[in-house]
Design a protein around this ligand. Structure first.
Ligand code: XMP
Ligand code: MG
Length: 184
């Protein structure tokens, strides 16, 4: 999928595919340095993190394993409440593992702070977070995110794994939608 396929549904491009690729190179180098001599368990949060997991993991030299979780936060519509339900749990035991949670976007940060606490309570040796995008609200929440791709404005974005109504996940860049899309 590309901008042409979007027609007049695309408003702005916030992060190009090239910018994301370059930034993930930098994050991967940082992660390789930080995890030198250790094996890391990448935990992707379904479904939005699929693209960043695929791209980031292939840039890493550190020995790693991958696992996936699906969570849903209780709350109405687009508002996160901080109460999280596990829809799909990890297949692996995280005891004594160095876990790196891989996320597409952090908005309020409530989901992530719950997830980190949950994995630490299962006996993980460490739990860090890598996210492709972070919105301004998240900065105010006390969730320490070690690896951030891009800080973006507080707008709803799609592409690179992120959807609107399950669409646009396969758009290679991060963009905003024209207002008329939401009116349909
Ligand atoms: P928190 O708990 O950090 O939740 O508020 C983050 C989750 O909210 C979703 N989210 C978005 N999804 N475009 C999307 O497609 C967005 O702009 C957006 N902002 C937040 C997403 O599921 C993320 O995991
Ligand atoms: Mg979504």
């Amino acid at each position: 999928m590309d901008a042409t396929d979007m027609g007049d549904s695309l408003q702005d491009v916030l992060v190009t595919a090239e910018q994301m690729d370059q930034r993930l190179d930098e994050l991967a180098a940082q992660i390789d340095g930080d995890y030198a001599g250790r094996e890391v368990l990448l935990v992707g949060v379904l479904r939005g993190a699929v693209m960043v997991m695929a791209d980031l993991s292939r840039k890493l030299h550190t020995p790693l394993q991958m696992d996936w979780m699906a969570v849903s936060s209780y709350g109405s519509g687009t508002k996160s409440s901080g109460v999280v339900r596990i829809l799909k749990d990890l297949d692996q035991d995280v005891t004594d593992r160095h876990v790196l949670i891989v996320e597409d976007i952090i908005d309020s940060g409530l989901t992530l702070s719950w997830l980190r606490a949950n994995l630490l309570s299962r006996g993980a040796a460490s739990v860090e977070i890598a996210t492709a995008l972070r919105k301004p609200k998240a900065v105010k929440v006390a969730v320490d995110v070690k690896y951030v791709g891009f800080e973006i404005p507080d707008e709803f974005v799609v592409g690179y794994g992120l959807d609107y109504d399950e669409q646009y996940r396969h758009l290679p860049f991060i963009g905003t939608l024209a207002p008329h899309v939401y009116e349909n």
